[in-house]
Design a protein around this ligand. Structure first.
Ligand code: ATP
Ligand code: MG
Length: 396
C-alpha cells in the first residue's frame, strides 16, 4: 500500500491518536481549515472525540482500530507522547505519520531523551540513570538532594519524588517498583521557560517566542509571553538549543522544549514534548498562526508560516480545584460571567464532564494592547477565580 501523497489538502481527513484537550484543539484548527477529523481514543467521552467527525474507541495498540484509522485518515498525528511507538510505525506503512515513531520513542523515555540532548550539545541537569540496584548504589553524592523521576509515563509531576538522602532514594526507587528512573540534581531555578517550534518534512523550521512558565505542584499554572519576559540572551539560547534538538531528530511536527534558567544566566534543558504544549495555548489568540495550525500544516505537508505574536499574552490554567471553592461539598461552576466581563479574556473549556482537583479543565488567555493592561486583567481574573497572584516575569 502507498503511504499517500503530500500535501494532503483541505477536504481530506486528518487523524489523531489521543482524544484529550490537545487533540480537541488540533481538531478545531483542522476543521477551521476545511479538513475532516478522526480521533482514536479508548474513552468514549474524550474531549477530542466529542468534536470530531469520527471517533474510534479502541486501545492505541488495537490492530483493528489502527486499520480503521488508516482507512479513514489521509495522514495521522498524535497528541500525547505515550502512544506506543509500534502503533505509529504500523500506521506509517499506510499513511504519512508525524512526528515519527523514532522521535516519539526518544521523548517517551527520559534516559533516551537526555542522551539525545547531550548528543546535540545541549546541557541538562546533572543526573544518573537508575535501572539496576548496582546503578542505585553507584549514585554520586553531589546529585542529592534530587528528584527521582520514572523514565517513562510521567506527566504533570506524576511519577516524581523529591529525595534528600540515600535512604530516601532507596525507598523512593522501591516505591516505583524498581522501574527504570533518573535521579536529577535539584537545581535552584531562577525561572522556567519553553520554546515551541514546528519543523516540516523539508527541514523548514519556524518557532514562537520563548514562553516564561510558572509551575505549581509540578503542574503548569501561568505562562507569560512578551518581549520583556526574559533576558534576550536567555531567549536566544533557548531558541538555538530547541532548534538543535529538533534538527538532531530530523523532527517533523510541533515540538516543545522545556528549560530551566539558573541564576548565573545559564540554561539547562528539562524535557521535550513531541506535540503542541500547554505553554503554547496563548498562540491561538496572541499570534497570527497557532501551534495547532502549525501541527496541521506539518502533518499535511503544507508550507509553514513564521508566527508573529501581535499581542502580549498571559495564560492561566484552570484546574478542577476551581470547581471546589472552600467548603464546597459538590462542584460549582466558577464565575464565568464575571470573568468574561473583563476585556481581552478568552475562555477555553475542554468539555470534561467531571471536575477533579489537579485535572486540567481549561485555560484562560488574556490579551491586550499593552503588557500593563494584560497584567491588570490577569490579576482581576485571578482574584475572581480565587487563584494566587499571576505575574511571573520579575522584569519591569
Ligand atoms: P510535564 O510533562 O507536565 O511537563 P513532568 O511530569 O514531565 O511534567 P518535569 O517537567 O520533569 O515533570 O518536572 C515538573 C516540574 O518540577 C518542573 O517544571 C520544575 O518546576 C520541577 N523540576 C523538575 N526537575 C527539577 C530539577 N532538577 N530541579 C528543580 N526543579 C525541578
Ligand atoms: Mg515538564
Amino acid at each position: 500500500m502507498s503511504n499517500g501523497d503530500l500535501p494532503v489538502l483541505p477536504g481530506a481527513t486528518l487523524g489523531v491518536l489521543g482524544g484529550g484537550q490537545l487533540g480537541r484543539m488540533f481538531a478545531h484548527a483542522a476543521q477551521r481549515m476545511g479538513y475532516f477529523t478522526v480521533v482514536l481514543d479508548p474513552d468514549a467521552d474524550s474531549p477530542a472525540g466529542r468534536v470530531s467527525h469520527n471517533h474510534i474507541h479502541t486501545d492505541y495498540a488495537d490492530v483493528d482500530g489502527l486499520a480503521r484509522l488508516a482507512g479513514l485518515a489521509d495522514a495521522v498525528t498524535t497528541e500525547f507522547e505515550n502512544v506506543p511507538a509500534p502503533s505509529l510505525e504500523h500506521l506509517a506503512v499506510a499513511r504519512p505519520v508525524s512526528p515519527g515513531a523514532s522521535a516519539i520513542a526518544i521523548a517517551q523515555d527520559r534516559i533516551a531523551e537526555k542522551s539525545h540532548f547531550t548528543r546535540c550539545g545541549v546541557p541538562c541537569a546533572p543526573y544518573a540513570a537508575i535501572e539496576t540496584a548496582a546503578q542505585l548504589a553507584a549514585v554520586e553524592d553531589h546529585l542529592l538532594p534530587g528528584i527521582l523521576k520514572t523514565a517513562r509515563m510521567g506527566y504533570d509531576g506524576k511519577g516524581q519524588q523529591r529525595v534528600s538522602t540515600r535512604a530516601e532514594l532507596v525507598d523512593a526507587w522501591q516505591a516505583t517498583g524498581c522501574v527504570p528512573c533518573v535521579l536529577e540534581k535539584l537545581l535552584p531555578l531562577e525561572f522556567e521557560c519553553s520554546v515551541i517550534l514546528a519543523r516540516g518534512r523539508d527541514g523548514q523550521l519556524v518557532h514562537f517566542p520563548p514562553q516564561r512558565n510558572l509551575h505549581r505542584d509540578g503542574i503548569l499554572a501561568v505562562t507569560e509571553v512578551h518581549p520583556l519576559n526574559m533576558p534576550k540572551t536567555v531567549a536566544q539560547g533557548a531558541i538555538n538549543s530547541a532548534k538543535s534538538i529538533a534538527n538532531g531528530l530530523n523532527y517533523v511536527g510541533v515540538l516543545c522544549v522545556e528549560f530551566f534558567a539558573l541564576a548565573d544566566g545559564s540554561l539547562v534543558v528539562n524535557e521535550m514534548a513531541p506535540r503542541p504544549h500547554n505553554s503554547g495555548h496563548y498562540t491561538m489568540e496572541a499570534c497570527d498562526v497557532s501551534q495547532f495550525e502549525l501541527q496541521v500544516r506539518t502533518l499535511a505537508g503544507l508550507p509553514l508560516a513564521a508566527p508573529r505574536q501581535h499581542s502580549p499574552a498571559i495564560m492561566l490554567n484552570l484546574l478542577g480545584d476551581l470547581w471546589f471553592p472552600a467548603g464546597a461539598d459538590k462542584p460549582a461552576s466558577p464565575p464565568w460571567a464575571e470573568v468574561l466581563a473583563l476585556p481581552g479574556v478568552h475562555l477555553h473549556l475542554y468539555g470534561k464532564m467531571e471536575p477533579r482537583r489537579g485535572r486540567k479543565m481549561g485555560h484562560l488567555t488574556l490579551t491586550g494592547a499593552t503588557l500593563e493592561g494584560v497584567r491588570a486583567t490577569a490579576t482581576q481574573a485571578a482574584v475572581l477565580l480565587g487563584l494566587p497572584a499571576v505575574a511571573v516575569t520579575g522584569l519591569p
